[in-house]
Design a protein around this ligand. Structure first.
Ligand SMILES: Cc1cc2nc3c(=O)[nH]c(=O)nc-3n(C[C@H](O)[C@H](O)[C@H](O)COP(=O)(O)OP(=O)(O)OC[C@H]3O[C@@H](n4cnc5c(N)ncnc54)[C@H](O)[C@@H]3O)c2cc1C
Length: 398
């Protein structure tokens, strides 16, 4: 396969954010190269794989090849063991990301983008301080590709943003440290995602059970970074699994960090854009970033292609991406970040009361909106922000 030494746009990272950015840039007329470090996008999986139908449907036709389970119910369990069922939040899926991420790459390719895997970006090429391309390692060789715009989509650990001079640091309290097991030998409901809260269960976070079948599930935990020094997430998860699934077999173990902050202050520079986890475009409450990254990728890809048409690559023009992102989801993310701060300091008693309250709402009327509105009761400013964010937000959460 021929790889040229010049493209309009080079995307680094072929996760959901990168693939969608590449696809929209190519679809809108730009020549695009996507570099992926691993041998295949989506592997190794570092995700619980939960998404909403409404979140992904605008980007890809639903295909049972990459759906493990359809989810209709969310079950929330408080520290005292009481549960509330949420029926009114739309359909969700637990994905097979190994297949889903590749399907997004295939869509990008179908629209004209080029992808090379096992291509590890090493550095940005700069001439007179201007970003003009990417240096990468491929098949044992160091190669260079020139371009007018680099889109960094290299995930949570993003080094590419730093190479461009963007401050990607996130406070410890805004990083959830996660451990997840895929468990087999369970007896669970395939249509129900479960969430467990409480300071003894998962301080500053939650335990999730996302079913992949009637007998297998991603069972994981995320706890706030600053609360994980005395007892780590693995210990909390092991205790939970021993209680809930004493006979289960672990078929896959995964560790990862999720940024639960607001979007980075700076997401464009001259000749440069950053998307997805790399830009901290993650829902700070749920930790979901697949849909968020796809939305950000679509906006960035379109703006980048427009820049190519105009021949204008400076930050002033690329800021259209920032503006559009904030309008679509960035402002909502800020509100969710403020709400997350509330959750961080919630006592077990408050969690118990919250779930008690939710139990009284008929399950077919109970939605995230009712949960969040009750959770911020007593804080009129945040209540108003939450109400507004549900009005303007164009997608369902996670
Ligand atoms: C434990 C856990 C559970 C999660 N559960 C959910 C969930 O249920 N639902 C949800 O929506 N989100 C979830 N997330 C978050 C979700 O996984 C991310 O938000 C999402 O993958 C972000 O997509 P992305 O494209 O920005 O980055 P990624 O999917 O991380 O993709 C980045 C890509 O860049 C590549 N790359 C990195 N560096 C280079 C380089 N130098 N050169 C070339 N390629 C490079 C990587 O190999 C990778 O393929 C979870 C995360 C964790 C850790």
């Amino acid at each position: 396969m021929m790889v040229k030494d010049r493209y309009d746009i080079v995307v680094i990272g072929a996760g959901p954010a990168g693939s969608v950015a590449a696809r929209y840039a190519a679809e809108n007329g730009a020549s695009v190269l996507m570099l992926e470090r691993d041998r295949e996008s989506g592997i190794p999986v570092r995700c619980a794989e939960g998404v909403s139908h409404n979140g992904i449907a605008p980007f890809i036709d639903i295909d049972k090849r990459w759906i493990a389970s359809q989810i209709d119910i969310a079950k929330l369990t408080s520290p005292n063991g009481e549960s509330a069922l949420m029926h009114n939040n739309g359909v969700g899926y637990v994905l097979e990301r190994r297949i889903f991420d590749t399907a997004l790459c295939e869509l990008a390719a179908k629209h004209g983008a080029r992808l090379i895997t096992k291509a590890n970006a090493l550095d940005l090429i700069k001439e007179n301080n201007k970003i003009t391309g990417v240096k990468y390692r491929y098949m044992g060789k160091t190669c260079e590709v020139k371009c007018n715009i680099v889109i960094a989509a290299d995930g949570t650990e993003s080094r590419v943003g730093r190479w461009a001079g963007i401050n990607t640091t996130v406070a410890l309290r805004d990083i959830d440290t996660c451990v997840q097991y895929t468990l087999a030998g369970l007896d669970i409901k395939r249509d129900t995602c479960e969430f467990y809260f409480g300071n003894e269960v998962s301080p500053g976070g939650y335990v999730w059970i996302f079913p992949k079948s009637d007998s297998t599930a991603n069972v994981g935990i995320g706890i706030a970074g600053h609360l994980s020094h005395e007892k780590g997430p693995k210990e909390y998860l092991d205790e939970f699994v021993a209680r809930r699934f004493p006979d289960a077999t672990i078929t896959y173990t995964m560790y990862g960090g999720v940024p639960t902050a607001a979007t980075l202050k700076e997401i464009v520079k001259d000749n440069f854009m950053i998307v997805g986890d790399a830009a901290r475009q993650v829902n700070p409450i749920t930790g979901g970033g697949i849909v968020q990254g796809m939305i950000a990728g679509s906006i960035a890809g379109k703006v980048a292609a427009e820049a190519v048409k105009k021949g204008t690559f400076d930050a002033k023009f690329l800021k259209k991406y920032r503006k559009e992102w904030d309008k679509t989801l960035g402002n909502t993310q800020k509100v969710m970040h403020n709400m997350k701060e509330k959750f961080l300091f919630m006592t077990d008693e408050r969690f118990n009361n919250l779930v008690s309250f939710c139990k009284k709402i008929p399950s077919d009327k109970f939605s995230l909106k009712s949960l969040f509105t009750e959770a911020v009761k007593g804080d009129p400013k945040l209540m108003l922000d939450v109400a507004k964010s549900f009005v303007v937000s164009k997608i369902k959460l996670k």
